[in-house]
Design a protein around this ligand. Structure first.
Ligand SMILES: [Zn+2]
Ligand SMILES: [Zn+2]
Length: 188
């Protein structure tokens, strides 16, 4: 924590022995308040998440119907709009797809950002190309491989599709685990 004499003072220790840093405004313990704030934040976030999940579930039918209608009305425009959305939301789209596949295959999954991995490995590990890069699971999800950073390598689309569902480690040993591992987000 950062002691700020305009906001804090050294007073009596609280019942939980947090060291006696208190707020001038109401005399409350600095650490106790931090703990409460964090807890409230998580509760609130859970609440917000549930709200959107509920809304999604109750609107799912009509949303899908609307989408189908748009597709029927103007297939070309629909495809284009999807493509633009996908391109503008690569991190989310990629994460959603991988998480869904991992859930279907009942394998382990962790959160990471496509852009973080591509920032570290901006080239195809097989041919060195820098176009149409994709995250590839070294052990495919379909073969029980987990959706975790340690199981991911960057390949271009053409190298990735020639690999198909076979296991092939393109990553040189020095690139493995320790450096990559840190990319995984610890918060959800
Ligand atoms: Zn306290
Ligand atoms: Zn390649």
């Amino acid at each position: 924590m950062k002691f700020n004499p305009e906001v804090h003072y050294h007073g009596a220790e609280c019942a939980r022995n947090h060291g006696g840093v208190r707020y001038i405004s109401d005399g409350s313990c600095f650490e106790c308040r931090a703990i409460t704030t964090t807890r409230r934040y998580h509760e609130k976030r859970q609440e917000i998440r549930e709200y959107y999940q509920d809304r999604y579930l109750s609107n799912r039918e009509s949303m899908l119907e609307h989408q189908a209608e748009c597709r029927r009305a103007d297939p070309e425009k629909f495809r284009l709009r999807n493509r633009i959305y996908y391109r503008n939301n690569l991190d989310q789209a990629s994460a959603r797809r991988h998480v869904r596949r991992a859930r279907m295959a009942a394998v382990e999954s962790e959160r990471y950002l496509r852009s973080d991995i591509l920032a570290l490995y901006p080239l195809c590990l097989s041919c060195g190309s820098d176009v149409a890069l994709a995250l590839d699971h070294v052990v495919p999800i379909s073969k029980g491989g987990p959706n975790v950073v340690g199981n991911i390598q960057v390949l271009c689309k053409s190298c990735n599709s020639s690999k198909r569902d076979r296991y092939h480690e393109f990553r040189p040993a020095y690139l493995l685990a320790p450096r990559i591992g840190r990319l995984a987000l610890t918060t959800s």
